[in-house]
Design a protein. Structure first.
Length: 75
């Protein structure tokens, strides 16, 4: 399955979350989106948004100052 990538590095809150929401709206259900962000707030904001949505957080990793989220698009 193809993975779409969103590079949100260097963007400050709330832009990583807003860009993630925008990217998910453009995907079909079941598609995968990998988001990379450097804003520390995204480590809290993106998972919290996903908990309240139909999307699934498949994986969340931190590598130094970068946060990576693998998200399966819901309905």
């Amino acid at each position: 399955m193809d993975i779409k990538y969103l590079d949100a590095r260097g963007l400050n809150c709330p832009l990583p979350l807003l860009k993630t929401r925008q990217a998910l709206r453009a995907l079909q259900a079941g598609a995968l989106l990998e988001v990379t962000a450097t804003d520390a707030g995204s480590a809290r904001d993106i998972p919290e948004y996903l908990r309240q949505s139909s999307h699934e957080l498949v994986r969340h990793e931190q590598d130094g100052r970068e946060f990576r989220f693998l998200i399966r698009c819901g309905d």
